[in-house]
Design a binder for this molecule. Structure first.
Ligand code: MN
Length: 290
């Protein structure tokens, strides 16, 4: 049975994160109302814009996180990351930084130096992937995932390809290790290509059109920069490329635990949020220079 469509969301008005990321927050939204994409708690989408050349590397300075993972996907331009666990990385088009904050890190996120110097088109997504209570205080880690490392599903007749970032697509395994079951793909389809795939009924599922326009389940057109949320009924999805397209697909098993989100922390109780602030202030998140 087809996975039923719940709604198509237009991009909300953008806001700046630091001076480097101009993002549309699709969820949870300004009032924290949409938590039904769990385990994906937050999605900030930086639609494609031009940044002028700059000697200054725009971005967000040192800040903490605890209780979840930040997953950054670059679609245009280059993003750099540095954290207090000693990890760093630079990602370009189609690549992913899968940063597990878990028990706590300090990090900074910014435009890569050469990209900043030249300027140009910049487009990215950042997801906050929640962790179950039992893993929230596990050790931080970092997975930098290049396009080559991702699982590849090639469509017939020059239809394009699917990069499997996490989970599995038609038997092709993804590159990221995750704490809870989820599927994350980039679909790169050429105009006219059509692909069907199945995702579990109980997994919260949505997709973002990062380039072009698609038709979903032969029924709904989804334009550029829009997010389609599926209902939790049915399993089969059909995506037809009405132009050359890039589509981010997210599908995950919900984490059915209480959430208390405050600032850069995502925990289960208010006490744990207070503890996180105490731990940052007493230096337990380590040290990172600005
Ligand atoms: Mn961050």
């Amino acid at each position: 049975m087809k996975k039923q469509i719940e709604k198509v969301l237009s991009p909300p008005p953008p806001h700046m994160v630091g001076d480097g990321f101009r993002v549309h927050n699709f969820f949870p939204g300004p009032y924290g109302e949409m938590t039904r994409m769990s385990p994906f708690f937050m999605m900030d989408y930086g639609a494609k814009i031009e940044f002028p050349a700059s000697e200054h590397q725009r971005g967000v300075g040192v800040h903490p996180h605890r209780g979840f993972e930040t997953v950054t996907i670059a679609y245009a331009g280059k993003v750099a990351h540095h954290d207090s666990a000693g990890n760093s990385g630079i990602i370009g088009e189609g690549e992913v930084q899968w940063m597990t904050a878990a028990s706590g890190i300090l990090h900074k996120e910014y435009h890569e130096k050469e990209f900043a110097r030249k300027g140009g088109a910049f487009q990215m997504v950042q997801l906050w992937v929640n962790l179950p209570a039992k893993d929230k205080m596990s050790k931080p880690k970092y997975q930098g995932i290049s396009v080559d490392q991702m699982g590849k599903y090639i469509l017939p007749d020059n239809g394009g390809r699917v990069d499997v970032i996490a989970g599995e697509f038609k038997g092709v395994k993804g590159a990221a290790s995750t704490f809870t079951p989820m599927h994350v793909y980039n679909l790169y389809l050429n105009k006219g290509a059509k692909i069907s795939f199945e995702l579990p009924e109980n997994f919260n599922t949505g997709l973002l059109v990062a380039e072009g326009e698609i038709k979903v389940n032969d029924e709904k057109n989804v334009p550029l920069d829009h997010f389609l949320l599926f209902k939790n009924s049915g399993t089969e999805i059909t995506v037809e490329a009405l132009s050359d397209v890039k589509v981010l697909v997210l599908s995950g098993e919900p984490i059915n635990e209480p959430i208390v989100a405050y600032g850069p922390f995502l925990m289960n109780t208010k006490e744990e949020i207070i503890q996180a602030y105490d731990d940052v202030n007493s230096g337990k998140f380590g040290v990172l220079e600005d």
